[in-house]
Design a protein around this ligand. Structure first.
Ligand code: ADP
Length: 200
């Protein structure tokens, strides 16, 4: 079986950038956001289940995301019902990709809430991307146009670095240029991930 790597990091740390770089190096990247959309794509059993549970959220065979978001946004029980449908499907889709990957492949699972949800044991190795808070804030302001309050709220809802450190097998600091990051990712790939995949 291939090596399962859980990749995580706080918002603005550069996690998605690292996932892309690892993909360029040859990793099979499993993006949960992509899978979350795929399991409720038109014609899927997932969408049929959502339609049955949330009448009005599926119109002409297509999910109306705004309607669904409105139903679950301030109703934790509704959110749980939705996640009871989607999460097992997302997990199964991720497992299918991992099982289809060649032996000795490095499969990178991009999991924003890995630490918050205590998912570290699902992976052979956990890689955390980290950057100091002011650096992350500046990126989110500049590249995503986010305001300070929104950034603070998003960060407060996430784990802190101490909690991430407790589960990290590798800690990638991303506070320099993208070239610096690429060098660190290359190093991780060659010296940690590929050897671990060979041994798996
Ligand atoms: P995350 O997925 O952790 O929220 P991203 O990988 O999307 O973060 O990075 C946030 C933004 O910062 C993106 O626009 C990305 O291109 C940019 N970025 C990431 N790392 C660097 C870096 N070392 N130098 C400059 N910009 C960066």
């Amino acid at each position: 079986m291939s090596l399962q790597v859980g990749l995580t990091g706080g918002i603005g740390s550069g996690k998605s950038t690292v996932a892309r770089m690892l993909g360029d190096l040859g990793a099979v990247v499993v993006d949960l956001d992509v899978l979350a959309r795929a399991v409720v794509a038109p014609g899927t059993p997932g969408l049929a289940a959502v339609a049955a549970e949330f009448p009005g959220a599926v119109v002409d065979g297509i999910l109306d995301r705004a309607v669904l978001a409105g139903r679950v946004f301030s109703d934790p029980r509704a959110r749980e019902r939705l996640e009871a449908i989607t999460h097992p499907l997302i997990r199964a889709a991720a497992r299918e990709i991992a099982e289809a990957a060649p032996a000795q492949a490095v499969v990178v699972h991009d999991v924003p809430l890995l630490v918050e949800k205590g998912l570290q044991d699902a992976y052979d190795l956990v890689v955390v991307v980290a950057a100091a808070e002011p650096v992350r804030r500046e990126r989110l302001r500049r590249f995503r146009g986010m305001g300070d309050e929104e950034i603070t709220a998003r960060m407060r809802a996430q784990a802190d670095d101490q909690a991430r450190r407790a589960v990290a097998d590798a800690w990638l600091v991303n506070e320099g240029t993208e070239e610096d990051l690429r060098a660190a990712v290359d190093h991780l790939w060659r010296n940690v991930l590929v050897p671990a995949a060979r041994a798996s």
